[in-house]
Design a protein around this ligand. Sequence first.
Ligand code: 6PG
Length: 235
Amino acid sequence: MPSQPERIVIESRAELAAAAASWIAAMLSDTIHQRGQATIALSGGSTPRATYHELATRSDVLWSALTVLFGDERAVPPTDPASNYRMACESLLDHVPVARSHIHRMQAERADLDAAARDYARLVPDHIDVLLLGIGPDGHTASLFPGAAALDERERLVVPVQSPFPPPMRLTITPPVIAAARHVAVIVGGADKAGVLVRALEGPFDPHVLPVQLARRGAWFVEREAAANLHRVLQ
Ligand code: 6PG
């Protein structure tokens, strides 16, 4: 039986960022207490921006013990408005004392994306401590899109992929990285996600159709508008 969510937190847009940031801070603090350090992989898109702003204000994160990775990146320069790295810097990384040498962006602007993927994979630990993900309107997560060959990748940790959404080329972590993560959170915003969310959490388990189901076991932080169709998992 495919796993069920560890938890589902439903809040207003304003409250959701605080709830997600609190959970992230707690997971990081627990990990650092146990291991002396922690690795977080940040999600892209627009939804996490509010959570990152909240996270930047928290005083209970030992930022000096953190290594920051990314779950995916668009094939654009890091200064491009579409860059996940740029969004993370604007909303979080430029505002907290994480050593710049501990922040590893995916160099998806390189001409040789396969080489960039192989180089980045060397930075990915056996188990990411806190993996943050989102959900696209088609059920994608990171840049794992429905029907993509990358969904069958079992060896490589990072691969180049084509995207049905612009920009057309990206780098993404693969299913083994999601499976190996110690703590996974999916942050869901917008009424436009209500349909795909109920399929992801209550429908048949098939990550080839709904790649975000690779994270079904995680903690889900859902804006109230996006949770409108949820029934079974809330019982
Ligand atoms: C990306 C993200 C992607 C994102 C979803 C949701 O690079 O776009 O990694 O997986 O989480 O597309 O995006 P929004 O938060 O903008 O709806």
